[in-house]
Design a protein around this ligand. Sequence first.
Ligand code: CP
Length: 320
Amino acid sequence: MLNQRRGDGSLRHLITLEGLPRAELDALLDHAQRYVCALGARPPMNRALAGVTLGNLFTEPSTRTRVSFELAARRLGAEVINLEVQLSSRAKGETMLDTIHTLESLHFDGFVIRDSEPGVVAHVAAHVAPHVSVFSAGEAHLSHPTQGLLDALTVRQHKGVRFDSLSIAIVGDIKHSRVARSAYDVFTGLGVGELRLIAPPALMPANGEFPDGRRFTTPEQGLRGADVVMMLRIQKERMAQAEIPDGEQYFARYGLTAPRLRLAKPDAIVMHPQPMNRGIEIDSEVADGPQSVIRDQVRNGVAVRMAVLESVLRPRPVRA
Ligand code: CP
C-alpha cells in the first residue's frame, strides 16, 4: 500500500482512510465542522491556498464530489482547472502519467482524481513530484475517502461524537461500493459500537473483507434498533448485465420503505451518498422524510473537502 504521508508524518496525499488514527480522523472532522455553514448564509472563505493550482481529473461521472472539491478549493483561494478528459490528449492515447507530468510542468500542485481502475490513484501518487499531492475522489470499488469523512461528520452532527454507543447499518450493494469501504474504515476508526452489513448474498462482500461487520441478509433482521441506516446505490456500472438485480424485486426485498425504517430506532437517521435510485433502494417518502439527512451529507461535502485540502496542501513553502 502506498505511504500517503510525508517524512514528518503529515498527510501528503489522501488515497484511503484505512489506518488513519482516531485522533487524526477527529481532527479532520473538527476542522471540517468549522467550515459548515447554514444554507442561505454566505459560506466561509479565506486565502489559505492562495497560489495553489489544483486539477480535477474525473474519468467517471460525478456531480457532488467534483463540484464540492472545486468549491472547496476556490473557497480557500486556490485556482482550479477541470480537465475534460474526453477533450484532453488522453483521448489521443496519452498516458495518465504523461498528462500528470504535463500539468506538473504548468505548476499544478495537486490532483483530484476519480477513476474506475483500481490502483490508478495510488499509481499517480507514487509518481508525482515531491511537492505535489493527490486526492482520491473515488477509486473503483475500493475507496472514496472524502465521502467517508463527510458521512462521519453527518453522523457526528446528529448523534454526537461518541461512536461507541452507535449501531450503524449499511444496506445494499456493499460488494461493489467504495462508499461502504470508506464508511467501514472511518466508522471503525472512530470506534463505532456496531457495524451491520445488510445485503443479498450476491451483493455481500467476500469473507475477509469488512472483518468487524455483522452480516445480515434481510433488512428485517439487520435494521432492528439501528441508530443510522446508510443506503447504497446498486452499482450497475460494476456488474455484468446478468448480475444486475431486477429493480422491482430488489425494492420489495431490500428497499428502504417507511415500514422498514420503523424497525430502526425512532430517531434513526437515513443516509444515502447519492445518486439515488428512487423506488429501487429507497422510497421517496423516506428519502425526503424527516429522518433523512441526505442533504446534510451533500452540504458537509464542501466543508470536509476544504478541511482535507487545507490540511494536506497548506504546509508548503511559497515558491519564488
Ligand atoms: N456521492 C458521490 O460520490 O456522488 P457523485 O458521484 O455525484 O460525486
